[in-house]
Ligand binder design. Structure first.
Ligand SMILES: C[S@@+](CC[C@H](N)C(=O)[O-])C[C@H]1O[C@@H](n2cnc3c(N)ncnc32)[C@H](O)[C@@H]1O
Length: 296
């Protein structure tokens, strides 16, 4: 539930862009649990399977559900412990043959995977901790085929300031606002929406969309979320606000959907979700929803 906006974007990429003509899938927010799409994708007879790579995929929080949906995933991560946990998780789910675990970091990606081959590259919560995120991303993007898709997750700065302020940690809020990370070694780096967009563009990627993740979730008292109706309302609120200013800038994380420029044939057809052909199209439609009475 806390990651509903991320999963919406990932499934949309697989269904609409990466998997076009290759794999099945629905639109935004489909499925009972947002990470659960059960047995689609590569299970489809007669369809070739997209190559999915999860760089810094850790113990498989994203790779395992994607594999469970039928897409083989290669996880590249420098941590042997994380990879061991990944293998255990994959085996427990009977997905051992769909997940390949490779030890290495972002700098090894091109050697390990090869240039221009990958249909979907996940890079979640990794650029927050590398020394030069722009250079690392530029190298990583080289493994994508032209038109291949990137799912990038970075830590949000505005959300971190807000959450600390609401918790009464005002000095910390002020420090994070100023770009410091007191008493918190990781993530070493946080981004606002404009910085995340600039990061991808500087690295040579074409931004398709940006969502805020956990805009409200960390602000709702935990005991309220024990009520399934409240949890469902929160899930719907997160999804509704994820793509809209000013809300998305307050996400604890920012999810950027992008692609490597090149062939766009698998990304520009009329899809099942609201992603447009260019980021400019999306931003042109971006507005604060004005539904309801207008009362605050
Ligand atoms: C916060 S975890 C995120 C795991 C996973 N991507 C997710 O979102 O659930 C960060 C992961 O990045 C890995 N990592 C750290 N530095 C890295 C680097 N330079 N290249 C690739 N992965 C790295 C860590 O081993 C860890 O598994």
């Amino acid at each position: 539930m806390r990651q509903a906006a991320i999963w919406s974007g990932v499934w949309a990429l697989l269904a609409d862009g990466v998997g076009a003509g290759r794999a099945a899938g629905g639109g935004l927010g489909a499925g009972n649990r947002s990470e659960d799409r059960g047995g689609q994708g590569g299970d489809r007879v007669g369809m070739s399977v997209p190559l999915v790579v999860d760089a810094g995929g850790g113990s498989g929080g994203f790779a395992v559900p994607i594999a469970a949906a039928g897409y083989p995933v290669t996880v590249v991560d420098p941590s042997p412990d994380a990879l061991a946990a990944l293998r255990r998780r994959a085996d427990e789910r009977g997905l051992g043959d769909r997940i390949t675990a490779v030890q290495g970091d972002l700098g090894d990606l091109r050697t390990l995977v090869g240039d221009g081959r990958v249909d979907l590259l996940l890079c979640h919560s990794v650029l927050d901790v590398v020394d030069d995120p722009s250079a690392a991303l530029a190298q990583a993007l080289r493994v994508l085929r032209p038109g291949g898709a990137l799912s990038l997750l970075v830590a949000g700065r505005a959300g971190a300031v807000l959450h600390r302020a609401v918790a009464g940690r005002l000095d910390e809020a002020l420090a994070v606002f100023g770009g410091e990370m007191p008493r918190v070694p990781r993530p070493a780096r946080r981004f606002c929406v404009a910085e995340a967009i600039a990061l991808v563009q500087t690295a040579g990627g074409e931004v398709l969309d940006v969502h805020g993740v956990r805009i409200f979730a960390d602000l709702v008292p935990g005991e309220r979320l024990a009520d399934p109706r409240v949890a469902e309302s929160l899930r719907r609120l997160e999804l509704a606000a994820a793509g809209h200013e000013p809300y998305r800038n307050f996400g604890a994380q920012l999810h950027v959907l992008a692609r490597r420029p090149g062939d766009t044939s698998t990304h520009s057809h009329k899809g099942t979700h609201r992603r447009k052909d260019t980021f400019a199209d999306v931003e042109a439609e971006r507005a604060v929803p004005t539904g309801g009475t207008g009362a605050s």
